[in-house]
Design a protein around this ligand. Structure first.
Ligand code: ADP
Length: 625
């Protein structure tokens, strides 16, 4: 009966065990495996017999085996339930973590009948725990290796935690940092005082806050830090703690200071010299305008300068020129120079001289860097000076003419009155009843003599103002040209002419009269400048060029961008008294040609490919002889 009972109990047992969906084993009080349910066999993929010998096989991970066996033995001895974690090898060969629970099954007297071993798969939980641990480790590592200083403060603002960077920088321990007077000790006194009220207010209000302050390092030096405070709030919006990150901005501060200084320096220099500057990125029309240029153009400091904005200041008469320059600059990439006028809102006029250089920025984009000079003051004083000079020139001319006329009158008057007296005497002698033929002949002779004297006066006068004999000497045409340039510079600038000398190196000397040659050059330069006085849609560019010409000749040419002349006029240009100017005399080119011819050279004019003409002369060098 008892045996039957036991058997029936055994059957009931197996039934219960079989119906449990996790691996379950039944072992005897001595540790022998008596039964295993189907999930166990399936999990391990081994036979009952094989699993019986688990203590000497690899079904439990070798690293966990000893511990598991020891725990079981101890439990069997003490009779108390046990709980061990170990890795079990699955049919596919992988180990998974299990929580093994050993529970004793006792009879009514308390004797242990069997042990009931429950194996719960906790692998997923284990992995999650491990992942969490390693994430925490990583975070810790990150926080302690980043160079940013991190503080965690409580709601009152006292330090709870700092990362390694703070301790390395200050040379203080976490304990030191937690002291109440910590901030007082490491923050620069000036910054401490400045920041304190704002910090306290934002701690109270729980508002994020940032500031810049100097913090003392363990080398005894202060460095600038950018400090940001951010509160951590709970669901109800109460502050839990503060996170503070401090970034070292010392280098940036220094660089900023350097830039600020050099900018101030540049601005001061620009102000002193009335020279502004700008840069223009052609592709994007991005314009950087210097402070001084804002002042010169009288732009409001904040406004964004664009080509359109600049245009509003350009003098109406120079607008076409302005548009042409922009157009040209956009297409080409040449350096350029131009003079133009601005008209201010109060209608006053400013004179500008700009020099621009084309460069390629690092990405290969075309950019112009330009210096712009306000030359108004200079122009005004130049004009006053010029006016005085030309008035003086006029006065002297009038005086010379007056003196000249007086002397001519005097010289010619004498023979003329002689002629009139003699002619009347002659008439009287012939008119009488007895004509005095001898006397008349004598007076006629005197008349002729006086007539000759008058003609002589004229000849002498002509000799005085006409060609003189040339004094030949070796002349450096470059030198001569430079002197002429220096003389006419202010005239040219007043006429907004941009002069470009291109004087050849190693130019041979010429044989000639320096002063006369300079008169020729001056005349050509004046004509060129006159020809450009109405030009407003392009630069008034004047080129003075010297070069060696064939046959040991030296050539000088003056090229303008002026109005040019009709092809029919070409023949007449060099004629005496040919002029198209209201105040012209029409003798400049005639005299120039005769001077050049007396130097055995040639003077000629050719129209340019573009606008304007080129006048050139060519005379023999001293090498020819
Ligand atoms: P003036 O300058 O007194 O007129 P010139 O003999 O120097 O006398 O010049 C004669 C004429 O030749 C000028 O009036 C002008 O029509 C023409 N001329 C001279 N130089 C130039 C020039 N660079 N471009 C166009 N026309 C010119």
């Amino acid at each position: 009966q008892l045996a039957k009972e036991v058997l029936r109990e055994g059957e009931l047992f197996s039934l219960i065990v079989e119906s449990i969906p996790v691996p379950v084993a039944i072992i005897s009080p001595t540790g022998e495996i008596e039964a295993l349910n189907q999930p166990t066999l399936e999990y391990f993929g081994r036979t009952f017999e094989e699993l019986k010998g688990w203590k000497s096989s690899d079904v439990v991970h070798p690293d966990d085996l000893q511990r598991t066996v020891a725990t079981q033995i101890e439990a069997l001895q003490t009779g108390s339930a046990y709980n061990v974690e170990s890795r079990h090898r699955r049919a596919d060969g992988t180990y998974r973590w299990f929580n093994v629970l050993g529970l004793p099954l006792r009879d009514t007297q308390g004797h242990i009948l069997r042990w009931f071993i429950l194996q719960i798969d906790i692998d997923d939980r284990k992995r999650a725990e491990e992942a969490l641990r390693s994430a925490e480790r990583n975070l810790d590592q990150i926080i302690n290796t980043i160079p940013t200083h991190i503080y965690v403060l409580n709601t009152e603002g006292s330090v709870q935690y700092v990362n390694q960077a703070v301790m390395d920088y200050t040379g203080l321990s976490l304990e030191d940092v937690k002291q109440e007077d910590y901030r007082d000790r490491v923050i620069h006194p000036e910054d401490f005082q400045r920041v304190r009220p704002g910090r306290a207010a934002s701690l109270r209000r729980g508002a994020p806050f940032s500031t810049e302050q100097r913090v003392l390092g363990n080398d005894g030096q202060y460095r600038w830090f950018l400090v940001r405070y951010k509160p951590l709030l709970d669901e109800r919006g109460h502050i839990v703690r503060w996170y503070v990150a401090a970034f070292d901005i010392e280098d940036r501060k220094r660089a900023q200071e350097g830039v600020r200084r050099s900018e101030a320096f540049l601005a001061e220099a620009q102000r002193l010299t009335s020279i502004g500057s700008f840069s223009w990125l052609v592709a994007t029309d991005e314009i950087t305008w210097s402070e001084e240029l804002y002042r010169i153009y009288e732009f409001d400091p904040g406004i964004k300068v664009t080509l359109e904005v600049i245009r509003t200041r350009v003098h109406p008469d120079d607008l076409t020129l302005y548009e042409k320059m922009v157009e040209q600059a956009r297409n080409g990439c040449e350096d350029f120079e131009w003079q133009y006028r601005l008209q201010m809102p109060d209608q006053s006029i400013k004179y500008m001289h700009a020099v621009a250089q084309a460069i390629r920025d690092p990405s290969g984009q075309l950019e112009y860097i330009a210096a712009v000079r306000d030359v108004t003051a200079r122009r005004v004083s130049d004009e006053a000076l010029d006016k005085a000079r030309s008035e003086l020139a006029h006065v002297t001319r009038v005086m010379t003419l007056g003196a000249l006329t007086a002397s001519i009158a005097h010289e010619v008057n004498q023979p003329l009155s002689g002629i009139i007296t003699n002619a009347s005497t002659c008439l009287r002698m012939l008119d009488g009843d007895l004509p005095n033929v001898d006397g008349a002949r004598e007076t006629a002779k005197r008349t002729i003599r006086d007539g000759r004297r008058a003609a002589d006066v004229i000849t002498r006068l002509r000799a005085l103002f006409g060609k003189k004999d040339i004094t030949f000497e070796a002349v450096d045409l470059n030198e001569a040209a430079r002197e002429v340039i220096a003389l006419s510079l202010s005239d040219l600038q007043r006429n907004r002419v941009i002069l470009r000398p291109q004087l050849a190196n190693d130019l041979p000397l010429v044989a000639g009269d320096r002063v006369q040659l300079q008169q020729v050059i001056l005349n050509l330069v004046r004509n060129a400048s006159d020809a450009m006085s109405t030009v407003d849609d392009r630069s008034r560019l004047l080129l003075i060029k010297t070069e060696s010409d064939e046959g040991d000749q030296v050539r000088l040419s003056v090229q303008d961008a002026g109005v040019g002349f009709d092809p029919q006029a070409l023949k007449r240009l060099f004629e005496t008294f040919y002029t198209t100017k209201d105040d012209g005399m029409g003798i400049g080119l005639a005299v120039s040609r005769s001077i050049i011819e007396s130097h055995h050279g040639r003077l000629w004019a050719t129209p340019n490919d573009g606008p304007g003409v080129t006048f050139s002369f060519s005379i023999p060098s001293t090498l020819e002889h």
